[in-house]
Design a protein around this ligand. Structure first.
Ligand SMILES: *[C@@H]1O[C@H](CO)[C@@H](O)[C@H](O)[C@H]1NC(C)=O
Ligand SMILES: *[C@@H]1O[C@H](CO)[C@@H](O)[C@H](O)[C@H]1NC(C)=O
Ligand SMILES: *[C@@H]1O[C@H](CO)[C@@H](O)[C@H](O)[C@H]1NC(C)=O
Ligand SMILES: *[C@@H]1O[C@H](CO)[C@@H](O)[C@H](O)[C@H]1NC(C)=O
Ligand SMILES: *[C@@H]1O[C@H](CO)[C@@H](O)[C@H](O)[C@H]1NC(C)=O
Ligand SMILES: *[C@@H]1O[C@H](CO)[C@@H](O)[C@H](O)[C@H]1NC(C)=O
Ligand SMILES: *[C@@H]1O[C@H](CO)[C@@H](O)[C@H](O)[C@H]1NC(C)=O
Ligand SMILES: *[C@@H]1O[C@H](CO)[C@@H](O)[C@H](O)[C@H]1NC(C)=O
Length: 568
């Protein structure tokens, strides 16, 4: 546990008599410098997260409707039913609104449930209202400035009504760059004789997994999916775009059996775009849409582009989740491969808790939400003096499905764990019941309970894994080989989209939140029994028989999953 985390938790200390400090931090995070005070009359748009009425009831409901065998399995909630769980109590709403009114301020709700309010006020009003010191901070890396405060309070009588306020102590996080250059196509000795394997030498020797090879490896059908209106949503954030022409080239090269004009739809929010100018394509949206379309052959894919109106990537993700919850028919499968954030680097745990509760709402709506772990193994490359393992968010949220990485070395007969596969234990979220037996079984079998390096009671990741090395098209040219857990999540989500599509086409409910199903059907996955994910100057975790914090239950077998789904 890094000491800095402790400082980020709200301290139960009053700043001024009658006020309650909601959140504080000692200093700006590394990479930001305070350069002065903003104009007193500059207007800030502050978001207030109000205490949701019955979040525990929502969580319990999600587990009930997502657990096969439960009498309520598949009875997903309407948006109105979700709203009933998360709407703040009338006392909460009236006390917050009268506090604002007594300060001549009015709030407008951001969500139908009114659990999020937006209030515009000047810097001087905000400083007085929240006992804050809003200042201008500059990013050393980009020179961009943001207005933040290191501490803020609300009247003590409102401390159980307001959970947090944004933007305050949470600083934007830089998007990490691409995987390091060490993730290059392994060189194959010309004379290498591949060992016997169920997978063709063409695919194994190539190390880059094209759609045709993934079909072979996981038994993914190549035939067109039955037409339904259910969408497969692929997320893009921060001006990361998906290019239509690159998709066409991709299909021409890698799916010659498909119509190269197959395309994707577009949903935008927060000023999101899908810029098609040369050089406008993104390093996430582009490969993700190419594989989503190329692996699902006929499932309607839609690109969900969230813009940069909130000056924080995590708030963009929160907006995306709140937006999708509010749709009458949200896409049933959603892929989000945006760069994960290490839990210890989150500016405020509140933002992760709010986001995870938004993912719980999507789970309640029957959405399968799929994310990657990270490419830093059990540790965390970005923290040089790392002393403990650091799991990454949003993978650690118990209501999403987290995908780790595997690889296929040409000198081995089977798929194995990738040493880059992010895995480990959360410090923020408790271990959910659905994984209790799998995770405690792992801990017991490996006798690995070194709680100084990781939190044995935390939510463990990943849940599953898939191949991480693919080729795709960028700006018209082939990106020959890249390996990242992002691609593992894309491949897994494509399989889920196909399975969801089959269920919908058969008039059945979709699979919804997947984890209870996954943890009760571990044998529908190809178990990785060897390999490890070194990190934080340690050997990391070992991959073992059954679930492990390197590859979860392993990689998907389409035929076995299809069989499981047909019996639900
Ligand atoms: C919260 O939701 C649960 C599950 O639906 C329900 O049993 C409980 O009565 C609710 N609690 C309140 C205070 O509404
Ligand atoms: C609110 O507005 C009224 C009328 O303009 C003014 O008298 C009062 O001082 C204001 N109160 C605050 C807290 O700004
Ligand atoms: C707050 O300001 C934003 C940006 O100027 C504006 O779009 C919004 O309508 C305002 N909201 C309220 C409640 O005044
Ligand atoms: C930031 O500003 C400094 C000083 O003006 C300049 O030297 C530097 O190039 C700028 N960095 C970026 C990323 O714009
Ligand atoms: C091997 O990789 C290359 C480059 O990505 C690709 O063009 C080729 O189709 C791949 N071969 C197979 C069998 O997938
Ligand atoms: C793809 O679109 C182009 C241009 O509209 C058209 O000429 C071509 O026939 C289409 N191809 C297929 C296979 O539908
Ligand atoms: C371990 O996880 C639990 C539950 O998530 C949490 O309450 C506790 O603070 C964590 N411990 C440490 C040392 O982070
Ligand atoms: C991982 O496996 C290696 C080799 O089998 C063994 O030496 C090591 O103790 C194992 N590590 C853990 C944490 O179980």
């Amino acid at each position: 546990m890094l000491p800095s985390i402790l400082l980020l938790f709200p301290l139960l200390v009053a700043a001024t008599s009658g006020f309650h400090v909601l959140e504080r931090r000692d200093s700006a995070p590394a990479g930001f410098t305070r350069i002065g005070s903003p104009q007193e009359d500059q207007v800030l748009s502050l978001r207030l997260a109000l205490t949701q009425g019955n979040i525990t009831g929502l969580h319990d409901t999600v587990y009930a409707i997502s657990t096969p065998g439960n009498s309520r399995y598949g009875n997903y909630l309407t948006r109105e039913e979700v709203t009933e769980f998360v709407a703040p109590s009338s006392e909460t709403l009236s006390s917050v609104n009268s506090w604002l009114a007594s300060n001549n301020l009015t709030a407008s709700p951001i969500t139908t449930a009114r659990d999020w309010l937006l209030v515009n006020m000047t810097v001087s009003q905000a400083n007085a209202l929240l006992v804050a010191d809003f200042s201008t901070f500059q990013s050393d890396a980009t020179n961009e400035t943001v207005i933040r405060t290191l501490s803020y309070s609300v009247p003590a009588i409102l401390k159980s009504s307001i959970e947090w306020v944004h933007p305050t102590i949470s600083f934007p996080q830089a998007k990490s760059s691409r995987p390091p250059s060490s993730l290059k196509r392994p060189t194959t000795a010309a004379s290498a004789q591949p060992p016997a394997s169920s997978v063709s030498a063409d695919c194994r020797m190539n190390s880059s997994w094209t759609p045709v090879c993934l079909q072979e490896l996981y038994g993914i059908p190549s035939t067109p999916a039955k037409p339904t209106t259910d969408l497969f949503g692929v997320s893009g954030f921060d001006n990361d775009f998906a290019n239509l022409r690159d998709l066409q080239t991709f299909l021409e090269i890698y799916r010659p059996d498909m119509n190269p004009n197959t395309t994707f739809g577009l949903i935008t929010l927060d000023g999101g775009l899908n810029n098609q100018l040369p050089g406008g394509a993104g390093l996430t949206g582009n490969p993700d849409t190419q594989y989503a379309v190329g692996l699902t052959n006929g499932v309607p894919v839609t690109f969900i582009s969230t813009g940069t109106l909130p000056d924080d990537l995590l708030v963009e993700m929160l907006d995306q989740a709140n937006y999708l919850v509010s749709l009458e028919n949200p896409p049933r499968t959603i892929l989000n491969t945006e760069t994960p954030q290490l839990e210890s680097l989150l500016s405020s745990p509140q933002i992760a808790i709010s986001m995870c509760n938004a993912y719980a709402q999507l789970a309640a709506r029957g959405v399968s939400y799929i994310v990657q772990t990270n490419i830093w193994g059990a540790g965390s490359v970005p923290i040089p003096d790392c002393k403990s393992f650091d799991a990454s968010f949003p993978a650690t949220c118990p209501f999403v499905t987290a995908v780790g990485a595997t690889e296929f070395n040409n000198d081995e007969p089977e798929e194995v764990a990738s040493q880059f596969s992010g895995g480990g234990f959360s410090d923020l979220f408790k271990r959910p019941k659905y994984q209790d037996s799998a995770v405690s079984g792992y801990l017991k079998a490996t006798d690995n309970t070194d709680s100084s390096a990781f939190n044995v009671s935390g939510r463990a990741i990943p849940d599953v894994a898939a191949i991480a090395a693919i080729s795709w098209i960028f700006d018209g040219g082939v990106v020959d080989f890249l390996e990242a857990t992002e691609y593992s999540a894309t491949i897994f989500a494509s399989i889920v989209a196909l399975l969801n599509n089959e269920r919908i086409a058969a008039g059945k409910p979709g699979l919804g939140f997947l984890n209870p199903l996954i943890y009760s059907n571990g044998d529908a996955f190809n178990d990785m029994k060897t390999g490890s994910n070194p990190g934080c100057n340690t050997p990391g975790f070992n991959s073992t028989v059954g679930w492990d914090p390197v590859t979860g239950f392993g990689s998907p077998s389409y035929p076995r999953l299809q069989d499981v789904c047909s019996k639900l």
